[in-house]
Design a protein around this ligand. Sequence first.
Ligand SMILES: *Cc1c(COP(=O)(O)O)cnc(C)c1O
Length: 477
Amino acid sequence: MKLIFEKGAPGQHLTLMPECDVPEVELSCARKTAPKLPHVSETELTRHYTALAKRVHGVNDGFYPLGSCTMKYNPKINEDMAALPGFTQIHPLQPVETVQGCMEVLSTTEKLLCEITGMDAMTFQPAAGAHGEFTGLLLIKAYHTHRKDTARTKIIVPDSAHGTNPASAVMAGYTVVNIPSSDDGCVDVEALRKAVGPDTAGLMLTNPNTVGIFDKNILEITKIVHEAGGLCYYDGANLNAVMGVVRPGDMGFDVIHLNLHKTFSTPHGGGGPGAGAVGCKALLKEFLPGPVVEQCPECGLYRFAQPEHSIGRVKDFYGNFDVVVRALTYVLTLGKEGIPDAAKNAVLNANYMMKRLSEKYTMAYAGPCMHEFVMTLVDLHDTTGISAMDIAKGLLDHGIHPPTMYFPLIVHEALMIEPTETESQETMDHVCDVFLQLWDLAHTDPQALHDAPTKTPVRRLDEVGAARNPVLRYVAG
Ligand SMILES: *Cc1c(COP(=O)(O)O)cnc(C)c1O
């Protein structure tokens, strides 16, 4: 397919700008040569992007079991709400009296998500999950510093944590103490007991962890950390497995981030705007990024306030507001029954597929799992030469998006599967049939899988070449 820059010809263009009706001014900083923009007509431009869109595979095209990323169903009504002019045609510097509705959205969403997580306050400033982790760690740091407890320089991170956890801890100026998992995929409690001490600032726990397991020792884990004087951070990016069923606040966690762009229905995967909402218990509230929304008890009007010992802003204005509108719509439309139902379906679907696939594939950890599970294809690779990558490529020819591959790193030849909670049994049966067929094909005709995919717009790509010699710029001819 040609790039947009390689299409069209000089003279073809769109006329979007009206004729200039004010005197022209010569800018001293104006560029000397015209920018090399594409010369295409409106029709050609539309066709170009439509052709690109047709080559993309999304949840609306077919099964998309990308583990850890939660490609969840995003109800269309959320998009309609986020597009309402009252939300899109405003300016962040407008006087608060004129945007009371938007302030109410922030305040109501905070209340509802605090109820779901068991927290006391929440900020929507962080723009992504990792950004939320960083913010949450700054809250922990501010708490210890405020108490003049400055010896706490270490954050404990189990090896089953999401990769962003240790990275965020380092960004926040902490030293990371890595602790291993036991054979059942849970935190090794004895190793944790040995790791905590007067230098422990806190623990970051991804739960369900990156192998899709709910840590059965969770209450003991938070107790051990608290007794050592540390605080507990819950990576709740994948709250879709537990929302409405259990609350991190009740498990002893002091601070949590949610990925509104995973669990609370903003489409993601294309790198669009997200929100790593950070919730905390009352003891951390005074450190939250400012401003926060509060309601005047006398007049009922919403206003902005600065928390007393705020860590400062982590993003301009109030974060990605439209993502919050989608989250609110999602929570209100699902309600008290729908939220736990979505979680239960996510877990049921994953366990259904895990059970069916274990007929032939080896699971990395015994079930039951939460919203996702990890298979290890080491045996298949040893006996047939077919790798996790080859199976993933084989799926493409059946119109199925591959699962997450070679992650988490603690499992070899890993395929990590997370069916969307809204998938039907019929669809999952079809996908399981394809997985099992590919297993057979690996034994009967491995070359066919080495050659896959054959039906996609591009065949197998040179991934090593792309990583070693990436072409990141278009050089105009
Ligand atoms: C996706 C994810 C993150 C990171 O979120 P981003 O928005 O990509 O920064 C953190 N933790 C877990 C468990 C995740 O699944």
